[in-house]
Design a protein around this ligand. Structure first.
Ligand SMILES: Nc1ncnc2c1ncn2[C@@H]1O[C@H](COP(=O)(O)OP(=O)(O)O)[C@@H](O)[C@H]1O
Ligand SMILES: Cc1ncc(COP(=O)(O)O)c(N)n1
Ligand SMILES: [Mg+2]
Length: 716
């Protein structure tokens, strides 16, 4: 079984204190614990079975339940109707083979391991005997007597590298170990004291989860229908998941033949094939969230329900799709009752007003009716409901989030956006919500963020010009507009933004007589050699500025890259002297010993003053044009954009032109752009503005540098 082991609670009756084990577990699961291990070394088998029964009720399918050591108690509790998912065995406990035999292939079986000998023993077992290893102890701990020497995070990382199975870190794990253990490759954190002895286990679990998930890419599965025109169904879901920072997967319930104007036909593949798709994903991938869309028929709903019961993903957002924006039915009427029975398995249900009316059997004539019905539904199914007001006719487009369990009723509203591009809004919103919830957002935060994203995507929908009916929203409009990150609205997309800003300078370079003459071979030798002499002078000091970038670089990859570039720059200078700036090429002593021209001096003064400021981000922005403009020019010279002759081996400066189009240099340019982009994304607004000025200024100096040889007398 492929379980979510990310936050694993191991109970300790003493540490749970007066609150008791059952209540501690209930609250910890409320906070996001994904798996619970009952561990009580002193209780009898009968007492253990009794506790398992109580825990299985408290957990109520929201997390997995295993028992430490007591295979017989697990079997006894199962016989009495408890939901016990497996056992965790120590090296000395009952054989894992025996446990697998007794509990069946779907059970979760864990084994404690911490040495090379243990790993060898695991490797010798038949595949599929053990699901995960509990590896520790990480730090000295009082909850396990006679524990082995602590592994520490480094020892744990080494063990994980050698382990064929997922490893959960256990033993003295505290909240501040979260990031280090996650980054060391752990499949999860097994926590004892930090949760059992916590004043508020729900809050502590939430904090563990928030830190575990921070910066991670959640794996989000859409179970929905296909819309070949790309605006709704799984196509919309995958785009929404990606736009909100998730990894999208899709299991198809039905194929529709639809476009922006309507649904022409629906094909529902056999339910067995649906089951095969679902199992293929869940047997291999840990699923952080599920979004459910079009379900088409009763059989499909049943198959999805059974799968959810087995896999129990931590987040399930159910969009009870019944009718498309175009008015066509997407759920057969006789399946409505079956759909109602699925609602209880959801974390959040997102009906529009018409769907809510069907689900509650109520007449909904206005927004207030909608909220009342949503509260009724939330109470009935024990989950949160987001009722959507997209189909209202007023100036506002409100949604309301209600959760009767928490007494929550929160309205979100904003001016209605005037657009006909509303195809797939519901699909897109629900998958965005699944992704944001899987990242650890609470429901209110998730709705706020998803709505903000949806609104900017709705505004840009018409611009896509897709179809003649209700067009799609533009899922990536925000990303395309802002550049790198949806969550950093001020970040800059250097490749689009800065490059566009110097479009005039680039056109100016293309027009220069020097560049034209260089391309068509008519450039005289004297200005060419004078250009090279200035280039050599330039490269020597440019290398020093690159070295300064290396000195200040925040990561070793960047440090190595800029140091390499500095080295390459000096090699370039030496090569110029060796192959071009020699008496045999007709270079006079005067040219050879050239002083920097005013253009060279100005460019270098600019670079040196930026370097002197000591701001890494600004330095990388300033050195970028020399990479980028040369690479761009070289590529276009090579492609014949300045005339075919520039690509001719007979060209008098052919060997020089070839250096412009060097693929290694092109690759270096790409990396330089990446490093500058990363620096810009991490910078504050003021630094970003300085970066931009430094970049533009260097580009202007490039233009002047190329212009100089034909403006000032050669050899100066
Ligand atoms: N014209 C609009 N302007 C702003 N938000 C809208 C507009 N149309 C729909 N929405 C929003 O799109 C989401 C989907 O709502 P709705 O259209 O009611 O659902 P469905 O697509 O399932 O029918 C909701 O958040 C709703 O507020
Ligand atoms: C395959 C498929 N699934 C769902 C919808 C609902 O679209 P909306 O998000 O507009 O309610 C659709 N039109 N097609
Ligand atoms: Mg809908």
């Amino acid at each position: 079984m492929n379980a979510d082991l990310s936050l694993y609670l191991v109970t300790d009756p003493t540490l749970c204190g007066d609150r008791g084990v059952v209540d501690t577990v209930r609250r910890a699961v409320d906070g996001g614990v994904r798996i619970v291990q009952l561990r009580d070394k002193t209780a009898s088998d009968a007492e253990t079975a009794e506790q398992l029964l109580a825990l299985s009720q408290a957990i109520d399918g929201r997390a997995l339940l295993v028992v430490n050591d007591r295979l017989d108690a697990a079997i006894a509790a199962r016989a009495r109707g408890a939901r016990v998912d497996g056992v965790h065995l120590g090296q000395g406990d009952a054989s894992v083979l025996q446990a697998r035999e007794a509990l069946g292939p779907d059970a979760l079986i864990g084994l404690t391991a911490n040495s090379a000998a243990h790993l060898d023993a695991v490797l010798a077992l038949p595949a599929g005997t053990v699901d995960y290893l509990g590896v520790g102890v990480i730090r000295p701990t009082s909850t396990k007597r006679d524990h082995p020497d602590p592994l520490g995070v480094d020892g744990f990382r080494d063990f994980v590298r050698r382990s064929p199975l997922p490893c959960v870190a256990i033993g003295g794990v505290g909240i501040d170990d979260t990031e280090a253990l996650r980054d060391a490759g752990s499949a999860g954190l097994a926590v004892v004291s930090a949760l059992c002895a916590a004043e508020d286990p729900a809050a502590t679990a939430r904090e563990f989860r928030r830190r575990w998930l921070a910066g991670s890419v959640p794996r989000v599965l859409s179970i929905a229908g296909s819309d070949p025109s790309g605006g709704a169904g799984i196509q919309a879901d995958l785009k929404s998941i990606a736009a909100n920072g998730g990894y999208g997967m899709a299991v198809l319930t039905a194929l529709t033949a639809q476009n922006t104007q309507g649904v022409r036909a629906v094909h529902v593949p056999p339910a067995d094939f649906l089951r095969a798709q679902l199992d293929a994903v869940s047997d291999d991938v840990v699923i952080d969230a599920v979004k459910i869309g079009m379900l088409a028929e009763t059989e499909v709903i049943r198959a999805v329900g059974e799968w959810l019961d087995r896999v129990r993903p931590p987040v399930v957002v159910l969009d009870p799709v019944m009718v498309a924006t175009s008015g066509d039915r997407l759920l057969s009427p006789d399946a409505e009752a079956e759909l109602r029975s699925l609602l209880g398995r959801a974390t959040l249900v997102t009906p529009n007003l018409a769907e809510l009316a069907v689900l509650t059997g109520r007449d909904i004539v206005d927004w207030a009716d909608g909220i009342t019905a949503a509260e009724e539904l939330s109470a009935e199914i024990g989950a949160a409901v987001l009722v959507k007001g997209g189909h209202l006719t007023g100036d506002e487009a409100p949604d309301a989030l209600v959760d009767r369990r928490r007494g929550l009723r929160q309205e979100f509203t904003g001016p209605r956006i005037v657009t006909s591009s509303t195809h797939g809004t519901g699909c897109s919103l629900s998958s965005a919500l699944a992704t944001l919830l899987a990242q650890g957002s609470d429901p209110e935060e998730a709705v706020r963020a998803a709505r903000a994203w949806l609104r900017e995507s709705l505004r840009a929908g018409d611009g896509l010009r897709v179809g003649r009916g209700h067009g799609p929203i533009s899922h990536f409009a925000g990303l395309w507009g802002r550049g790198r990150s949806a969550t950093r609205p001020e970040a800059t997309d250097i490749a689009a933004d800065w490059w566009q800003e110097i479009a005039g300078i680039r056109a100016g370079i293309d027009e220069l007589p020097f560049i034209r003459a260089l391309a068509d071979g008519s450039l005289e030798r004297a200005p060419f050699l004078s250009y090279l002499a200035q280039d050599a002078l330039y490269l020597r000091d440019y290398a020093r500025v690159l070295a300064e970038a290396a000195r200040l670089a925040p990561t070793s990859a960047e440090q190595a890259f800029w140091a390499d570039s500095a080295h390459g720059s000096i090699v370039g200078e030496l090569e110029l002297h060796a192959s071009w700036l020699t008496p045999s090429q007709g270079v006079s002593a005067a040219t050879f010993a050239a002083e920097p021209s005013p253009a060279t001096t100005a460019y270098l003064d600019h670079l040196r003053s930026v370097a002197f400021g000591g701001d890494y981000a600004e330095i990388v922005a300033a050195v970028l044009p020399c990479f980028w403009l040369y690479t761009d020019l070289g590529r276009r010279l090579h492609a014949g954009e300045f005339g075919e002759y520039a690509t001719d081996p007979q060209h008098p400066y052919a060997s020089w032109l070839a250096t412009y189009a060097d693929p290694v240099f092109e690759e270096a340019t790409r990396t330089a752009i990446e490093h500058a982009s990363a620096a810009a994304a991490a910078a504050d607004a003021d630094t970003r503005a300085r970066m931009r000025r430094a970049f533009v200024s260097s580009s202007e100096h490039e233009l002047a540098f190329f212009a100089a040889p034909l403006e000032s007398p050669p050899g100066r």
